[in-house]
Design a binder for this molecule. Structure first.
Ligand code: HEC
Length: 163
């Protein structure tokens, strides 16, 4: 049968093809691999991971505020509680020796620690107010509180993070 004769060759081709794809993938991962975190406690990696969680946690909350996701009070409450738990977390990962590449943090984080602390507190207050609004259950208050949270993310980034 014709098919029988072709099979081994097809098999070999598949192996070669697989090999080529794996090599390509290896090359690509090498290109996209982030610069090694040189700090013994990996503080840059840790704070970045937490900020990514900020974005992930805010996403569904934003969808509810903009009316693109149904407003169910218990679901929103759970989301905002997660956000509040996160709100105290990244700051310990900005130690005195934590300013090194490829950070996007501005030197002001270290040169103006009081202002940086203030920005954290204002953010935490805004998240707490969002929690109260979620408990209150009025979409309009939730929307206002979500805007305030987003604005305090932006306010801190403006002063303490390069775009
Ligand atoms: C008190 C200051 C402050 C607040 C509040 C803040 N951030 Fe940031 N954020 C920073 C700093 C500083 C960096 C830069 C970290 C670095 O590169 O070392 C950062 C980085 C990030 C990053 C990039 C992470 C990465 O992979 O490099 C994201 C995304 C982010 N923040 C989202 C948010 C969101 C969303 C909020 C609000 C819900 C928020 N941040 C609130 C200071 C803040």
């Amino acid at each position: 049968m014709v098919l029988k004769e072709y099979r081994p060759q097809f098999g070999r081709r598949l192996v070669l093809y697989g090999l080529a794809v794996s090599l390509l993938c290896l090359g690509l991962t090498a290109c996209f691999e982030p610069i090694k975190d040189t700090h013994p406690d990996q503080v840059l990696t840790k704070r970045r991971a937490l900020f990514k969680q900020y974005t992930r946690a805010m996403e569904p909350i934003g969808l509810i505020a903009s009316g693109r996701k149904e407003f169910k009070q218990d679901e929103l409450l759970a989301m905002v509680q997660d956000l509040e738990k996160l709100s105290t977390k990244p700051w310990v990962y900005f130690p005195a020796d934590g300013n090194y590449p490829p950070t996007h943090a501005k030197p002001a984080v270290w040169s103006e620690p009081d202002a940086f602390k203030k920005a954290q507190e204002m953010y935490q207050v805004s998240v707490h107010e969002l929690l109260l609004a979620a408990q209150g259950g009025k979409l309009e208050s939730v929307q206002r509180a979500v805007d305030a949270v987003t604005n305090s993310c932006k306010a801190c980034h403006k002063n303490f993070r390069y775009e």
